[in-house]
Ligand binder design. Structure first.
Ligand SMILES: Nc1ncnc2c1ncn2[C@@H]1O[C@H](COP(=O)(O)OP(=O)(O)O)[C@@H](O)[C@H]1O
Ligand SMILES: [Mg+2]
Length: 311
């Protein structure tokens, strides 16, 4: 459904997207994971057919993003980072506005269906300005879906909304995959893991890793990590003791406790509990540590640096 070849975007002499290639199949949710400035938004804007690439090419549903940009636009629903909303319109007027712009036939039916789908049907007469941030985000999604596009491109749709709404937006995105191909950008690994079937990691305009979330985690973090908080330590320095536990590969002191990284495939929790008791300390907390994107980046980037130096 999406085929990208050596796609490149330069702004002046700044290369924002640097010869990236990837593809996404029908019904797939592909995540673009990367920190600020990685090139996520530039990549997405090129794929909507609205911003031409500097070099390289891409097709959507077989249509070229440059030569057939009108066909591409018809097949794409795009939710930008900041959705332009018109505060004085009602919810329904806003979606109708977009339906007309997109040339939707029998718009009323589509409008109602899409409002139902994002659970805003009961707010159809509310003014846009009166909606909470999360509801505005859902309205943005309605705008994206109203012409029933094959490909949906969502640029960091969960930024700036509260945790409950984040859960709702993620669930809504997962739902979309039944009928659409979805490109979803985020800078949060755990989010990519929950939402996406496959992920590409972008850093400084380049793809630095690619795979299913489980594959990436396995490749980069084969061992699980646990966080422990210990009481009753007094003046002792627990690092050495913790490092000595069977299966513990690495110990890192964090605010309020320690992160213990396990060797691949090993569950260290029981040994950790036992050792802490033996030392006469009190285990106040033990929980798995989610690997963050930052952790993964540090690993990838430090590995790339090391390879460069080796060359
Ligand atoms: N219109 C622009 N003009 C100049 N530089 C830009 C423009 N848009 C983005 N950039 C730069 O390109 C790089 C990638 O930006 P962007 O695609 O927005 O990344 P992301 O969405 O991952 O944060 C950044 O260094 C950014 O400063
Ligand atoms: Mg961006």
């Amino acid at each position: 459904m999406i085929e990208v070849k050596e796609l490149t975007k330069r702004y002046g002499n700044k290369t924002a997207v640097d010869r990236i290639s990837f593809s996404a199949g029908a019904g797939e949710i592909l995540g673009i994971l990367g920190p600020n400035g990685a090139g996520k938004t530039s990549t997405m804007r090129m794929l909507t057919g609205f911003m031409p690439p500097t070099d390289g090419s891409a097709t959507l549903d077989g249509f070229d993003i440059v030569a057939d940009s009108m066909e591409v636009r018809r097949r794409v629903g795009y939710m930008p980072e900041r959705v332009p909303l018109y505060p004085d319109m009602t919810v329904e007027e806003y979606v109708r506005f977009w339906a007309k712009l997109r040339g939707v036939r029998r718009p009323q039916k589509s409008i109602e269906a899409v409002l139902d789908r994002v659970q805003l049907l009961d707010r159809r007469r509310s003014l846009v300005r009166s909606l909470s941030k999360g509801l505005k985000q859902r309205l943005g999604l309605a705008q994206t879906l109203v012409h029933n596009p094959k490909v949906i491109i969502l640029d960091e749709p969960t930024i700036g909304i509260d945790p409950q709404q984040v859960i709702e937006v993620r669930a809504a995105v997962r739902d979309l995959a039944h009928n659409h191909t979805v490109l979803f950008s985020t800078h949060i690994l755990s989010e990519a893991e929950q939402v996406c079937d496959r992920v590409i990691i972008l850093n400084q305009g380049r793809i630095v890793a690619e795979g299913t979330p489980a594959e990436l985690r396995q490749k980069l973090y084969p061992g699980d990590s646990v966080f422990v908080q210990i009481g009753g330590v007094g003046h002792a320095k627990p690092e050495k003791t913790l490092r000595g536990i069977n299966g513990v590969k690495q110990v890192q002191k964090l605010a309020g406790g320690y992160a213990l990284e396990a060797v691949a495939g090993r569950d260290i929790r029981a040994d950790v509990v036992k050792r802490i008791q033996q030392a006469g300390w009190t285990l106040l907390e033990l929980r798995p540590v989610a690997v963050t994107l930052e952790d993964i980046f540090l690993k990838i980037v430090s590995r790339e640096d090391a390879e460069e130096q080796a060359e």
